[in-house]
Design a protein. Structure first.
Length: 501
């Protein structure tokens, strides 16, 4: 079993080895000596240090009050989510899964051992409540891989108490700086250890440089979405809010970019990867689509007066919503652990590292990227205008749905184009997002009516009243009608959106 904690801390360096007097910090009533803890931690990574490259740390530590396995993910500067698992000889499966999108088929090896003597102080308020823990860590680092060295240093660490106000750390930091203490140049002990125990090794980050060609811009966008996919994997495994939706969007952005910029990247190479991204998006969407639809129907039912709710409608809706959720989490984790998914991540890495460039890839970006965006916009225009001309009914519903899909593609193309084209691409992206939302409201109505017809049939077969389902169906139909009436004017307001590109 693993527990998660949000860790908010600051690290400092000082020529002295002690903690300056902190009783003068506003809110601090006392500084309590909690003694010295002896910590022994072994950090694990792949041979090419993939975890460290993502500022992710994985360690097994003994000593102190929280001995065990610790996995830390960066959230913001000075903020990390720490996932703790009990002490064991081997890496727990739960933590292994959370680093799988980065490690994949690589082997996790012990890379650094850190032994620290931690002199701990607690800063407490007048009620004895913990505000922060301040410690002086005397650290010895030993690299465990071939040719490694050792290093020693002393640092001061200030960690905010659970639920504390981060502004308190600013007050402590101000007091420390006045005493001559300076912020640490390293984000973590591991980062410092890796740098200082590998003398002669070049550890400077490799920069891709400023985008100068059409391909540079497209690849920068693809790289960002690939990174999002990898980084969201642990969040999906932990069932973090909105993580599945965000990961699904990243797959769509990647796939859309392959299609939109086919004159820059060879689609005979990118299409097979796009097909795998489509598969992944489908797996991620199996439960998400029903979840969104359930939220819509639940909200609609809440608006119906109690006198018009006939039969166990709420219970029936709950049963319908839960029908396919059994084992859903296990199924999704199985997808993320599958060889197919890990192969997809490898394929994305390979494609970005050695892109299948076409002749237009080396050209100056503005003309080539603008051409791709305009092409996508024209497809949206054709579909929207066709939908507007059709009579209400199934054909119009299908046309609006197709227009929505192409609108998403145009939106993502504009997002990728923004660094090259500036404000015109930004404006078009916003217009496409607004249009996507409008068309999405129509599609949600179509799907809601389909679900309501299914629910009505089940209720009728069970001898229950289907009156309320019909009422909800009529309201959903009116929502779709309102969208259809609004669409022509809405489109007239944005159809010149590509003119400035």
């Amino acid at each position: 079993m693993a527990d998660t904690k949000r860790e908010i801390e600051r690290k400092y360096e000082s020529e002295d080895s002690g903690i300056p007097d902190l009783t003068g910090v506003a809110g601090v009533a006392a500084v309590l000596d909690k003694g010295v803890a002896h910590l022994d931690a072994t950090y694990y990574d792949t041979a090419d240090e993939r975890l460290a490259a993502s500022s992710v740390t994985l360690r097994r530590r003994t000593g102190g009050s929280d001995a065990g396995w610790h996995l830390k993910f960066p959230v913001a500067p000075g903020v990390r989510d720490e996932i703790h698992a009990p002490l064991s000889d081997t890496l727990p499966d739960t933590l292994a899964g959370l680093v799988r999108s980065r490690v994949r088929g690589g082997e996790l090896l012990p890379v650094v051992r850190l032994r620290s003597d931690r002199d701990v102080r607690h800063l407490v308020d007048v009620d004895g409540r913990l505000l922060a823990e301040v410690s002086v860590d005397a650290v010895r680092a030993d690299r465990l891989t071939a040719g490694g060295g050792e290093a020693q240093w002393t640092e001061i660490e200030v960690e905010l108490a659970d639920g504390g106000d981060p502004a308190f750390l600013d007050k402590v930091g101000k007091r420390l700086r006045k005493a001559g203490v300076r912020p640490s140049a390293s984000a973590s002990k591991l980062a410092r250890a890796l740098a200082e125990t590998a003398p002669g090794r070049q550890r400077a980050s490799v920069s891709a440089g400023e985008p100068v060609t059409a391909a540079d811009h497209v690849l920068a966008y693809l790289r960002a979405q690939r990174d999002a996919l990898v980084e969201l994997d642990p969040a999906v495994r932990r069932d973090a809010e909105d993580s599945v939706h965000s990961m699904r969007v990243a797959t769509r952005r990647l796939r859309s970019t392959f299609k939109s910029y086919g004159e820059i990247l060879d689609r005979t190479v990118t299409d097979p990867v796009g097909d795998e991204l489509k598969w992944l998006a489908g797996e991620l969407g199996l439960d998400r689509d029903r979840e969104v639809l359930t939220e819509r129907l639940t909200a609609a039912l809440a608006e119906v007066p109690a006198t018009l709710v006939r039969g166990p409608v709420e219970e029936r809706l709950h049963t319908w919503a839960s029908a396919e959720q059994g084992g859903a989490r296990g199924r999704l984790i199985g997808v993320l652990d599958s060889r197919r998914y890990l192969a997809l991540l490898d394929a994305l890495d390979a494609l970005i590292a050695d892109p299948p460039l076409r002749k237009a890839a080396g050209k100056k970006p503005h003309k080539r990227i603008a051409k791709a965006v305009k092409k996508d916009f024209r497809k949206v225009a054709e579909l929207v205008e066709r939908a507007v001309e059709l009579e209400p009914g199934t054909d119009r519903d299908v046309a609006i749905h197709e227009a929505r899909k192409k609108t998403k593609r145009a939106r993502y193309a504009a997002e990728a184009a923004r660094p090259a084209l500036g404000k015109p691409a930004q404006a078009l992206g916003k217009s496409m997002k607004s249009l996507q939302n409008l068309l999405g409201e129509h599609q949600d109505s179509v799907m809601a009516r389909q679900a309501l017809r299914e629910l009505s049939a089940v209720a009728h077969a069970a001898g229950e009243s289907d009156f309320t389902y019909g009422l909800l169906h009529e309201r959903e139909e009116q929502r779709a009608v309102r969208v259809e009436r609004e669409l022509p004017g809405f489109w007239d307001g944005i159809k010149g959106g590509a003119a400035g590109l």
